[in-house]
Design a protein around this ligand. Structure first.
Ligand code: UTP
Length: 294
């Protein structure tokens, strides 16, 4: 197996029920934070982490994603004829930087099933998985932080974050023991067990799995062997659990701020914070917010 991670898989075939009706005809990964769809933040993170081969698992609304990363001759021609080179650069920039392949998940049978759909394109290489509704503001990018762990240990690694007790039932939670890494013992963990959405009193910790992974092709047979789990869905967590018998599985508590943009409140928080950080919008938006009698 080659040791270089060159591909990132973006599952984007979920039903996005929490955002209906906005997600009736387009995937939630196309919802914009300020002026960029969620999936583009994820793709830009992959590019900044050194990965340019992007594999998108699509379901309904496939065309919106394909069109987004494709060249739009009419639009580019129009912008050129109007001398809008700033906008032209904005629409061209990302498609110029990546190679995209698409695979179809016909039915939303779970995240594990979506990852399994990428098996052929991934082949016998390690690969990343990015869930673009987890938007992470971090420097270096969260995926880069995980790749650094991969490059040191050559074992699969998941992003972890501490969550408040009341949120535990919304996440995959790990039982883990700290490992010395970069002079600390509070970032890297060896994972001993994983549970999908446990009740609060049965959770082994408050360390939740966040949507960034570096995996090896061993995950594919493991997902297959795990079969459907909670709610009849084929869960990635159940596949990961099966890997625990073999080589080590690590979790890395990344440095950065994560926004749960797959949830309405999280999406609103991300929108406000990203808008405030923008050079072109931040000060006007801040001035407006200050006028609100809250
Ligand atoms: P989520 O559980 O957050 O997404 O899946 P969802 O099911 O679309 O959203 P809700 O809960 O109904 O609102 C995490 C990621 O996995 C993808 C989703 O697109 C999202 O990026 N996914 C999930 C798939 O690609 N296929 C699936 O069958 C399930």
């Amino acid at each position: 197996m080659s040791l270089k991670v060159r591909k990132a898989v973006f599952p984007a075939a979920g039903l996005g029920t929490r955002f209906l009706p906005a997600t009736k005809a387009q995937p939630k990964e196309m919802l914009p934070l300020v002026d960029k769809p969620l999936i583009q933040y994820g793709v830009e993170e992959a590019v900044r982490s050194g990965i340019r081969q992007i594999v998108i698992v699509t379901g309904r609304g496939k065309t919106a994603i394909e069109d987004h990363f494709d060249v739009s001759f009419e639009l580019e021609h129009l912008l050129e004829s109007r001398n809008r080179h700033d906008l032209l650069a904005a629409v061209r920039q990302i498609s110029d930087m990546i190679e995209v392949a698409y695979v179809r998940q016909r039915e939303a049978l779970g995240l594990g099933h979506a990852v399994l759909r990428a098996r052929e394109i991934v082949g016998e290489e390690p690969f990343a998985v990015v869930l673009s509704d987890d938007v992470i503001a971090a420097e270096p990018p969260a995926l880069r932080q995980l790749l650094d762990v991969w490059e040191r240990f050559h074992a699969p690694v998941l992003a972890l974050m501490e969550v408040p007790a009341e949120s535990i039932p919304n996440y995959g939670i790990v039982a883990a023991e700290p490992v010395e890494y970069d002079g600390t013992r509070d970032r890297l963990y060896r994972i001993l067990d994983l549970v999908e959405k446990p009740p609060r009193d049965q959770a082994p910790s408050n360390l939740a799995i966040i949507g960034r992974y570096v995996l090896t092709p061993e995950i594919f047979p493991a997902i297959e062997a795990a079969g459907p789990g909670a709610l009849g869905e084929i869960q990635l967590t159940d596949g990961l659990r099966r890997l625990l018998d073999g080589s080590p599985l690590y979790g890395y508590r990344f440095r950065g701020t994560r926004y749960d943009a797959g949830d309405k409140l999280g999406f609103l928080i991300a929108t406000v914070e990203f808008a405030l950080r923008r050079e072109d919008l931040g000060s006007a938006f801040r001035a407006y917010l200050k006028t609100l009698k809250l």
